[in-house]
Write a new protein. Structure first.
Lengths: 537, 300, 327
């Protein structure tokens, strides 16, 4: 009796195992078989591309360049807006009507003709499903109408000069063939690449669109793989990958047959320094929070740090030398206008502090009125590089007699406390709206991430309003530049570094550095921006 | 401060190695009880030393020093240094000390819950018993790590989240143990007699049940430690818990994971070893205590 | 008859337990101060407040918890567990596609720890008191105390990085299409994670088997058989194995809960795309629907393990045959 029971139990176990293994082995359906031609490459560009949908309507690939889909406009290598599916456009005097004239003869992957109706459909769909799209902000769009086949008119509810940025971020989908579910993995567009295979979280294989309106890409197939970064490096070492995104911590690794390429970005890291003294503040929803910081409220401290720290050394230490010292938003942005000055002037910084009444204490840290010159700088959890930057900044500040307490906090904690401490922020986008978030006095709410330094400058406020409401793009750019000029002397934000995105690139692969556009925030996918220009020997 | 801390550490290290030896080497004349007490105090001493060394350590000892990135283990840095040039030895000691502190708090909280629930369940019986049993089943119905994740998520993550999660999830097994023990004594003749003589349930619990349950409870309490420490480390390893500046063994190991591929073996070997030794020592203390308090089970 | 009744009551218990776990999970997740909106939009988003409000409304983030619970419970009863924010897929789909990977891992580890632990235990019992026995015992004690993730890291360092024998992670070779992946590829990728996960159970099973077998070897019937002149091999096969194996298997089934916890760690170390890495990602990304979904799923899984263990237990222990089972 017993032995029978035992046999049954054993059989059950065996059946379970066989069932599972068989179940695993047989999954995956008849996908296109892999054609190992000479012009196929495999790339690792991080996991972000796998995390969301590939559907432009849901915010996919909103970096300002064509991939599977083209947008109305695109960002040029000089960071200017250029036409893509739109040949040209005009803006009305009141800055509320945008008229786009479309390119003719462009076809979607499915063979259908691209027309104004597709544009109207795409924008309406996003507008009605804003919740699905966190990349394109159409909340100020009132209506979009197709006039004939090749003209689209946008009506805005209020002037919004950043609307052009939205048109570069939103890829156009066909109005007839759009399928919300299918497009998550296989979007149909007019772009140079078509998705041939999509394995959730593992790989995406794209093939060249031979009928692409600007000419077919040179590479015929690209496999985008997802894995842990260290696995990617191991695979690069064994020669299985042609492009590998690497964090600064790994750049010193030697990989045979590959070179390290440091690509330009517009991504900067800055530390916010509250400009008002510590006080209690009641937010709009009745919450009591502490805002301001007594130490950073002293302009001398902010200025001393800005001119005293050695940015290159911070970059060498924290980022293994990857990145360029930054003192403001980068010059590769149309609206970027960085203040120019020499840093690492520690002598001058000391005398600045002493003139402001600070005296060195016994431990080498400045004091004034019994208060030590120390404050907290926070890096958000989950971003080691920012923590490393904060720590390296702390080392520099300490040499100057300023004690920095480096901490890591979650975003939820930072929302509550960002207004009273230094925070390492990262900004890198084509849209100058970020300047409003940083300097507009009305953006301060006590909590959240906008204007956490509680900056107030009437001239800046006026300029920001002017830039936001400008009809003419040039006027807006000029106003945004001026905003940076009038705020520079207040040192409310201490810029540290303009990040560089580093990649291991196969020696046989040319990634066409001339047509790379400066990368926005988010190391990884932006390297694919000009993949249609890549060539493989 | 540095000298003091390292002296404490040396003493701790010496006791640790002694413990690994076979019992016989301590001489035949010592009786079993004395030997047990010696083991328990040596192991306890080591763990206490680590905890105190961590508590009073200057943060400078494990501070950032970018000039010393990725140094191999040496005399100056016995466990090497990491990607920010922090000394791994002091980080590990501090991390383990934090773990032990959390373990202490967690065991205290969990064991008190277990004691109350266990005795209540046994003494009251009926509905109370069923409700408590059901709660135990409910908590044990989820894999422990999943429950920990949920609670630490509820607390919004962070060090507090992990501490609370570890503290409030370790009671179910001990509750069962206490309940079983209490039931045993409840049905004993002398307890029944006490009831008959007009003692209130509370008095019975105080005079008879608690003293009887105490040994089992104490051993269970000590044996909770290794679990609590291990779970704390697991949670921090997964990315919950303390922010980057606060050393925790789990966090240290998850950082080490990123540098394995580039051959930085020392980053994961030593901190993990320290955790392993601590867990084993707690187990050992628990086992020996069991023998001390309950000699019957001592001759396995 | 008894058995039908037992299975029926067990099923009822399971339903109740799953319902309770669901409510518990929901309460825990709903009470969290973590703002899912931040996780979804990103903290440094320059999205306008109007757009953010629309997103919150769409996901129902602005409604009171009780309303949210009722909506969620209603949907769940209809088989709709919601949409995962992390993977942008329905939760059911995420769980189902990842479950196979985790099940393969769990079963491989489960069989491995069972078989190895059992053999080691028997070996140690036969040579009780020898150097081998002591080494094995010490080794098992170390394994029992070793953190799974640390052990995994050491395995990676030695076998993948230093020796290069095994892949660094993932569930399949990166340069192959899903359809071309053979069962050997899968086993090859499964090996290290499975060994790592098996250390959870190996020590326990080995020590248990050893002790049980020693007890049997000291029993009268065993000694009698020995006196009758049966060889050691015969003795062990006839009297030892039979009586030790079922309790050991029972113990194994009861370890489902620990194994499920273990996959969260092992999968993270080996970047293995199963449920363990998904639940970690869900908790870190404030992906409430996925977090609750996997929690409930894990409860069902654990219950299945305990249920099998109890059924087996009632078979092993004749005293329990009539009286159903006890927890």
């Amino acid at each position: 009796m017993k032995s029978l029971n035992m046999r049954i139990a054993m059989l059950m176990v065996l059946a379970l195992i066989i069932g599972t293994l068989a179940g695993c082995g047989n999954r995956g359906s008849g996908e296109p078989s892999q054609d190992k031609g000479g012009s196929d490459i495999s790339v690792y560009v991080g996991g972000t591309i796998f995390e969301g949908s590939l559907d432009p309507v849901k915010g996919a690939m909103s970096y300002g360049y064509p991939f599977t889909n083209n947008a109305l406009t695109r960002v040029s290598p000089q960071s200017k807006y250029a036409g893509d599916l739109a040949k040209d456009w005009s803006v009305s005097k009141d800055a509320r009507t945008y008229t786009f004239h479309l390119r003719k003869g462009v076809k979607f992957h499915d063979g259908s003709e691209f027309t104004a109706e597709d544009v109207a459909f795409t924008y309406e769909t996003v507008k009605n499903n804003q919740a699905d799209n966190t990349a394109v902000d159409l909340s100020r769009l009132e209506s979009v109408t197709a006039e004939g086949d090749d003209t689209v008119i946008f009506q805005l509810s209020e002037p919004y000069s950043s609307f052009l940025d939205q048109t570069a971020r939103l890829g156009i989908v066909p109005s007839d063939g759009y399928d919300s579910e299918a497009f998550d993995t296989k979007p149909v567009g007019t772009g140079p690449w078509k998705v041939a295979q999509y394995d959730t979280e593992q790989k995406i294989i794209v093939t060249a669109n031979s009928k692409y309106y600007e000419g077919a890409p040179a590479l015929s197939q690209v496999t985008i793989l997802n894995m842990a970064e260290d696995t990617a490096i191991a695979n690069a070492k064994s020669g299985q990958l042609d492009v590998v995104m690497v964090e600064p911590n790994y750049v010193e690794e030697a990989v045979e047959g590959m070179r390290i390429e440091k690509l330009e970005t517009m991504d900067v890291r800055q530390i916010s320094l509250p400009v008002t003294a510590e006080t209690s503040y009641t937010t709009a929803d009745g919450q009591k929070v502490t805002v301001g910081n007594d130490i950073t409220a002293d302009k001398a401290v902010r200025q001393a740090m800005d001119i005293g720290i050695d940015r290159q050394k911070i970059i060498d230490h924290a980022l293994s030398g990857i990145g360029k010292p930054a003192k403001g938003f980068t010059g590769n942005l149309e609206w970027g206008n960085a203040a120019e000055f020499k840093d690492n002037r520690k002598q001058e910084a000391s005398s600045l502090l002493e003139r402001a009444g600070w005296t060195r204490g016994q431990d080498g840290i400045y004091e004034k009125g019994g208060k030590k010159c120390q404050f907290t700088v926070c890096a958000p959890t989950g971003d080691t590089a920012r923590y490393q930057l904060a720590a390296a900044f702390g080392e520099e500040a300490k040499q100057m007699g300023i004690q920095i307490n480096v901490e890591q906090r979650t975003w939820d904690e930072l929302f509550q406390t960002a207004a009273s401490v230094g925070v390492v922020w990262g900004w890198g986008q084509y849209d100058p709206i970020v300047l409003r978030n940083l300097f507009y006095s009305k953006a301060f709410k006590g909590t959240g991430t906008d204007n956490t330094v509680r900056y107030f400058n009437k001239a800046a406020d006026k300029l920001i309003e002017k830039a936001m409401n400008a009809g003419d793009h040039e006027d807006a750019v000029a106003a945004w530049k001026k905003v940076q000029e009038v705020t520079a002397d207040d040192h409310a934000y201490l810029y540290l570094v303009n990040i560089e995105h580093s990649y291991f690139i196969s020696n046989d692969l040319d990634i066409s550095l001339d047509t790379q556009i400066p990368h926005p925030h988010g190391h990884g996918a932006p390297v694919l921006c000009n993949m249609k220009d890549w060539t493989f020997q | 401060m540095r000298e003091q801390a390292s002296a404490v550490k040396e003493r701790g290290a010496a006791t640790g190695s002694d413990l690994m030896k076979e019992p016989r080497t301590l001489g035949p004349r010592m009786n079993t009880k004395k030997k047990l007490i010696l083991y328990v105090s040596l192991a306890g001493g080591y763990l206490l030393a680590v905890m105190i060394a961590g508590l009073f350590m200057e943060p400078e000892l494990y501070g950032v020093n970018y000039e010393n990135k990725f140094l191999l283990p040496s005399l100056a840095h016995p466990f090497g240094t990491d990607f920010m040039g922090r000394d791994m030895f002091w980080r590990s000691v501090k991390g383990l000390s934090n773990s032990i502190l959390i373990g202490l708090a967690a065991s205290a909280v969990s064991s008190i819950i277990a004691l109350i629930f266990g005795i209540l369940s046994a003494a009251a019986g009926g509905k109370t018993d069923r409700v408590i049993n059901w709660c135990v089943d409910c908590c044990m119905g989820l894999p422990h790590i999943v429950l920990l994740l949920l609670i630490s998520y509820m607390m919004g993550g962070g060090g507090l989240g992990v501490s609370v999660a570890v503290a409030v999830t370790h009671w179910p097994e001990l509750t069962r143990l206490v309940r079983a023990e209490a039931l045993q004594v409840k049905n004993a003749q002398y307890v029944k007699a006490a009831y008959k003589m007009g003692r209130s349930p509370f008095q019975v619990a105080k005079e008879h049940i608690v003293p009887h349950v105490l040994p089992v409870y104490l051993v269970g309490l000590v044996l909770l430690f290794p679990h609590a420490i291990m779970h704390e480390a697991a949670l921090t390893f997964l990315g919950f818990g303390f922010p980057a500046g606060v050393p925790a063994i789990g966090g240290i190991l998850s950082e080490a994971m990123e540098h394995i591929v580039t051959g930085k073996w020392w980053l994961c070997l030593f901190p993990g070893l320290m955790l392993l030794i601590a867990v084993m020592l707690f187990d050992l203390i628990g086992d020996k205590l069991k023998m001390l308090l309950n000699p019957g089970s001592g001759n396995e | 008859m008894n058995r039908v009744k037992y299975i029926g009551s067990a099923a009822l218990r399971m339903l109740l337990l799953v319902a309770a776990v669901s409510v518990l999970s929901f309460i825990l997740v709903a009470a969290s101060p973590v703002d899912p909106l931040t996780a979804y939009v990103g903290a440094e988003s320059t999205l306008s407040p109007a757009a953010k409000a629309q997103i919150a409304e769409h996901w129902g983030l602005d409604e009171p918890p009780v309303t949210r619970f009722l909506t969620w419970a209603g949907n769940t009863l209809h088989g709709d567990l919601g949409t995962s924010i992390t993977y942008n897929l329905p939760v059911g789909k995420v769980i189902f596609s990842r479950f196979w990977y985790s099940l393969a891992l769990i079963l491989a580890a489960w069989v491995l720890s069972g078989v190895l632990g059992f053999i080691a235990g028997i070996f140690a019992a036969i040579y009780k008191g020898s150097v081998w026995d002591k080494c094995l015992k010490a080794f098992c004690l170390v394994l029992q105390s070793a953190p799974v993730f640390w052990f995994g890291l050491l395995m990676l360092t030695v076998f993948s990085v230093l020796l290069g024998w095994f892949p660094l992670g993932q569930a399949a070779p990166m340069d192959k299409l899903e359809a071309d992946v053979t069962i050997w590829d899968r086993l090859y990728h499964l090996a290290l994670p499975a060994i790592t996960l098996s250390i959870l159970g190996i020590g326990k099973i080995a020590l248990y088997t050893r002790q049980k077998l020693i007890e049997i070897m000291n029993s009268d019937y065993f000694l009698f058989a020995k006196a009758r002149g049966e060889s050691m091999k015969q003795l062990i096969l006839r009297h030892g194995l039979r009586n030790v194996s079922l309790p050991a298997i029972t113990l194994q089934f009861a370890s489902f809960s620990e194994l499920f916890g273990g996959i969260a760690l092992a999968e993270t170390v080996f970047s293995y795309p199963g449920l363990g890495s998904a639940i970690t990602a869900a908790a870190l990304n404030a992906d409430a629907p996925l977090l609750i979904g996997i929690a409930i799923f894990s409860a069902i899984f654990v219950f299945a393990g305990n249920f099998i263990a109890n059924v087996l237990y009632s078979i092993v222990d004749p005293r329990l045959k009539e009286g159903g089972y006890r927890a």
